[in-house]
Design a protein around this ligand. Structure first.
Ligand code: FES
Length: 114
Protein backbone atom coordinates (compact mmCIF):
# COMPACT_ATOMS: atom_id res chain seq x y z
CA UNK A 1 0.00 0.00 0.00
CA UNK A 2 1.26 3.48 -0.90
CA UNK A 3 2.01 5.66 2.12
CA UNK A 4 4.13 8.66 3.06
CA UNK A 5 7.14 8.16 5.28
CA UNK A 6 9.64 10.60 6.71
CA UNK A 7 13.10 9.95 5.31
CA UNK A 8 16.08 11.28 7.32
CA UNK A 9 19.36 12.36 5.74
CA UNK A 10 22.54 13.43 7.48
CA UNK A 11 22.91 17.19 7.03
CA UNK A 12 25.97 17.89 9.22
CA UNK A 13 28.32 15.53 11.06
CA UNK A 14 28.55 18.09 13.85
CA UNK A 15 26.02 20.64 15.06
CA UNK A 16 28.86 23.16 15.19
CA UNK A 17 28.89 23.23 11.36
CA UNK A 18 25.28 24.45 11.40
CA UNK A 19 26.05 26.95 14.18
CA UNK A 20 29.06 28.27 12.24
CA UNK A 21 27.01 28.69 9.06
CA UNK A 22 24.46 30.76 10.94
CA UNK A 23 26.99 32.66 13.05
CA UNK A 24 26.93 35.98 11.21
CA UNK A 25 23.50 35.75 9.59
CA UNK A 26 20.10 34.37 10.64
CA UNK A 27 19.60 32.60 7.31
CA UNK A 28 21.67 30.90 4.66
CA UNK A 29 20.94 28.94 1.48
CA UNK A 30 22.56 25.52 1.58
CA UNK A 31 22.62 22.73 -1.00
CA UNK A 32 22.01 19.15 0.06
CA UNK A 33 20.46 15.97 -1.34
CA UNK A 34 17.01 17.61 -1.25
CA UNK A 35 18.20 20.54 -3.37
CA UNK A 36 18.53 24.11 -2.15
CA UNK A 37 17.30 24.60 1.36
CA UNK A 38 17.04 27.70 3.51
CA UNK A 39 18.53 27.26 6.98
CA UNK A 40 17.23 29.71 9.56
CA UNK A 41 18.11 30.60 13.13
CA UNK A 42 15.37 32.22 15.19
CA UNK A 43 15.42 32.73 18.96
CA UNK A 44 18.17 30.12 19.32
CA UNK A 45 16.27 27.45 17.36
CA UNK A 46 17.12 26.13 13.91
CA UNK A 47 14.73 25.56 10.99
CA UNK A 48 14.97 24.32 7.41
CA UNK A 49 12.74 25.22 4.47
CA UNK A 50 12.67 24.66 0.76
CA UNK A 51 14.35 27.68 -0.81
CA UNK A 52 11.27 28.75 -2.70
CA UNK A 53 8.78 31.40 -1.66
CA UNK A 54 5.24 30.14 -2.34
CA UNK A 55 4.14 33.59 -3.51
CA UNK A 56 6.05 33.71 -6.80
CA UNK A 57 8.46 30.78 -6.45
CA UNK A 58 11.45 33.07 -5.94
CA UNK A 59 14.50 32.29 -3.82
CA UNK A 60 14.32 33.23 -0.14
CA UNK A 61 18.05 33.99 -0.10
CA UNK A 62 18.78 37.17 1.85
CA UNK A 63 15.45 36.96 3.68
CA UNK A 64 15.10 38.60 7.06
CA UNK A 65 14.19 36.71 10.20
CA UNK A 66 12.21 38.60 12.83
CA UNK A 67 9.69 37.78 15.54
CA UNK A 68 9.73 34.09 14.64
CA UNK A 69 9.03 34.73 10.96
CA UNK A 70 10.94 34.40 7.72
CA UNK A 71 10.38 37.58 5.69
CA UNK A 72 10.71 37.11 1.94
CA UNK A 73 13.11 39.67 0.39
CA UNK A 74 10.88 40.19 -2.67
CA UNK A 75 7.50 41.35 -1.35
CA UNK A 76 8.03 40.97 2.40
CA UNK A 77 5.47 38.19 2.92
CA UNK A 78 6.05 36.66 6.35
CA UNK A 79 6.04 32.95 7.09
CA UNK A 80 6.12 31.40 10.54
CA UNK A 81 9.33 29.55 11.40
CA UNK A 82 7.24 27.07 13.40
CA UNK A 83 4.68 26.19 10.73
CA UNK A 84 5.91 27.72 7.46
CA UNK A 85 2.48 29.37 7.10
CA UNK A 86 1.68 32.95 6.19
CA UNK A 87 -0.59 34.96 3.87
CA UNK A 88 -2.73 31.89 3.18
CA UNK A 89 0.34 30.13 1.75
CA UNK A 90 3.08 28.01 3.22
CA UNK A 91 6.75 27.42 2.64
CA UNK A 92 7.67 23.75 2.59
CA UNK A 93 9.34 23.04 5.89
CA UNK A 94 11.75 20.19 6.67
CA UNK A 95 12.15 18.88 10.21
CA UNK A 96 15.61 18.88 11.75
CA UNK A 97 16.75 16.22 14.19
CA UNK A 98 19.77 16.52 16.49
CA UNK A 99 21.27 13.16 17.41
CA UNK A 100 24.66 12.47 18.98
CA UNK A 101 25.84 15.93 17.95
CA UNK A 102 24.91 15.27 14.29
CA UNK A 103 22.13 17.09 12.43
CA UNK A 104 19.61 15.26 10.25
CA UNK A 105 17.01 16.68 7.91
CA UNK A 106 13.72 14.94 7.15
CA UNK A 107 11.54 14.89 4.08
CA UNK A 108 8.34 13.00 3.44
CA UNK A 109 8.55 10.52 0.59
CA UNK A 110 6.03 8.10 -0.89
CA UNK A 111 6.79 4.44 -0.31
CA UNK A 112 5.06 1.20 -1.19
CA UNK A 113 6.75 -0.70 1.62
CA UNK A 114 4.97 0.99 4.54
S1 FES B 1 8.11 36.16 -3.95
FE1 FES B 1 8.14 36.04 -1.78
S2 FES B 1 6.68 37.49 -1.15
FE2 FES B 1 6.61 37.59 -3.31
Amino acid sequence: MLSKKLKWQLLFEEKKQLEDLLQSSNSVVYKNVFGEILLVKSDGDYYAFKNKCPHQNKSLENCKVADGNVICPWHQYQFSCETGRGHGLHVEKYPLKFEKDSVYIGKEAWTIFG
